[in-house]
Design a protein around this ligand. Structure first.
Ligand code: P53
Length: 493
């Protein structure tokens, strides 16, 4: 049997997409709290107010706040992350359902601004610390191991707005304080941590959905460098605070293929892997920049502020394991006019051999084997897939037992085919130790802000217009995944 004993089956969420309670118990706002809902072909908007009181909204990607504007929550807009799926008040019920499926591991994130509302306070917010303690204790009741992401796209808005976000080095020290606080607080309750979710997105998607200037690349690479340093600090700190702690990186694993055998496409694809995947993975796993980094910086005239001490810190803080998300693959080409898939998050050329989801994400189980094998060979560190799944429209119907349910064979098929590829990768020698499907309970989409883009085994009655009872219902995939876990991946039917 391919899957090793103790394999960490489970599901994944992120604080800002499920907790809700955005301004409850002293939590400060994050960027997601000024971000509206969008759709597959209309962007999410970020709302702001001018000094003279005029209100405005700009697309999530590519636009810059007008001079003098401040992020603001406005009337007449809907902010889906404000309420999420109200995990904040439903966590006991939700964790009981995860336990019923047999989860060994639950991936979640801590909202930084619940612990330090602005990010700059000297003392943490006790109510925020208490909330996560209760969640960890609840998980412990069922022997579910938490896998905790320290940062899932949610820097406190104050840091983002007043301090210049991650392009400012001062943010490193603020993150250090936050990391030390949670690593100290949850000693004994947590073993496995991830530092930055999909850290590579900052550069790998830049210029793809809308064109970007060299200045934006400069800021993005500096932002990444500062996060690399903060991540290395967190790894070192974790090992000092508790030798049992293990800390991983988290990379957005979009697999690219050359669209044609034109040598220019082959090279372009290789350079895409360097920019999108290796750049971050190499620094976080090997503790130093790859040889190609200078070429990437030169492309956009980037000059980084990297100190001698930074280089020492990076070398001393490589991660213990490698994790990534995997949803889709894409194609790279130097040829003009290549066809793309639908959707407002189109990230490359269309692959004629693959089908795409309703949101234009190309479904490619073999790509999962491909990236597992490449990355394991490169880093030789234990690996986890910490996000994978199909965002799809679900219909709530009455089941045979009279209970409301969703018949979701499309989701089961997607997951089954990906798990089969994991199995092959393990047979080929990859040290894969865990798998957490994305949005194991329906939650707010990061890309579009929709509820209707559902990933869960558990349906949540909440709609895009904000209505709904927040009741939870088991989908067909719930029982299927329960069986997969019970048989340690042997029965996928
Ligand atoms: P949604 C873009 C491309 C690939 C993964 O995405 C991405 C994104 C950003 O949306 O994000 C990850 O919700 C991310 C999760 C997110 C999930 O993929 O747009 O870590 O927060 O929800 C799925 O369908």
């Amino acid at each position: 049997m391919a899957f090793p004993e103790g394999f960490l089956w489970g599901g994944a969420t992120a604080a800002n997409q499920c907790e809700g309670a955005w301004d409850v118990d002293g939590r400060g706002p994050a960027k997601t709290d000024v971000t509206t809902g969008g759709t597959v072909d209309t962007p999410r908007m970020i709302t702001y107010r001018m000094p003279d009181g005029t209100e405005g909204a700009m697309p999530q990607w590519g636009a810059k706040l007008p001079e003098g504007a401040k992020y603001a929550v406005l009337d007449n807009y809907l902010y889906p992350n404000h309420d999420g799926i109200d995990f904040y008040h439903h966590y006991k019920e939700d964790i009981a359902l995860f336990a019923e499926m047999g989860f060994k591991q639950f991936r979640m994130s801590i909202s930084w601004s619940r612990i330090f509302p602005k990010g700059i306070e000297d003392e943490p917010n006790q109510a925020g610390l208490d909330f996560y303690r209760s969640v960890f204790e609840e998980l412990k009741k069922y022997d579910i191991e938490p896998l905790v992401t320290m940062w899932h796209f949610d820097t406190p808005l104050y840091i983002e707005e007043e301090l210049g976000d991650w392009k400012n080095r001062e943010t490193i020290a603020l993150f250090d304080k936050y990391a030390r606080t949670i690593l100290t607080e949850y000693k004994g309750l947590v073993k496995n941590w991830l530092t930055f979710n999909e850290i590579n997105n900052t550069v790998s998607f830049l210029g793809m959905m809308v064109p970007a200037s060299d200045e934006e690349f400069q800021d993005a690479y500096q932002h990444l460098h500062n996060q690399f340093v903060a991540s290395a600090h967190a790894v070192k700190m974790a090992h000092e605070i508790d030798p049992e702690y293990r800390v991983g990186c988290m990379i957005c694993g979009v697999v690219d293929y050359p669209l044609t055998p034109d040598p220019d496409d082959i090279l372009a694809n290789r350079y895409m892997w360097e920019k999108s995947l290796f750049y971050c993975g190499d620094v976080q796993c090997k503790g130093k920049y790859g040889t190609y980094a200078k070429r990437l910086w030169d492309e956009h005239n980037v000059h980084l502020d990297i100190t001698e001490q930074d280089l020492i810190d990076l070398a001393e803080g490589p991660v213990d394991f490698y994790t990534f998300s995997y949803y889709q693959s894409s194609c790279v080409t130097t040829h003009q006019g290549a066809e793309t898939t639908a959707g407002n998050m189109t990230i490359g050329a269309k692959n004629p051999y693959l089908e795409a989801s309703d949101w234009g994400w190309q479904i490619d189980p073999k790509g999962l084997r491909y990236i597992l094998e490449v990355m394991y060979d490169r880093y030789e560190k234990p690996m986890m897939i910490v996000e994978n799944g199909l965002g799809a429209f679900d219909e709530l119907v009455e089941g045979e037992d009279g209970q409301l349910t969703v018949h979701d064979p499309y989701r089961i098929d997607y997951l089954r085919e990906h798990i089969k590829e994991m199995e092959i990768a393990i047979e080929h020698g990859v040290d894969l130790i865990g798998y957490t499907t994305w949005g194991c309970i329906d939650l707010v989409s990061a890309g579009t802000g929709e509820m209707r883009k559902r990933y869960g085994f558990i349906y949540v009655d909440k709609n895009d217009d904000g209505t709904g009872s927040y009741a939870r219902y088991k989908k067909d995939s719930f029982d299927w995944y329960k069986k997969v876990i019970a048989t340690n991946g042997a029965d996928l039917d």
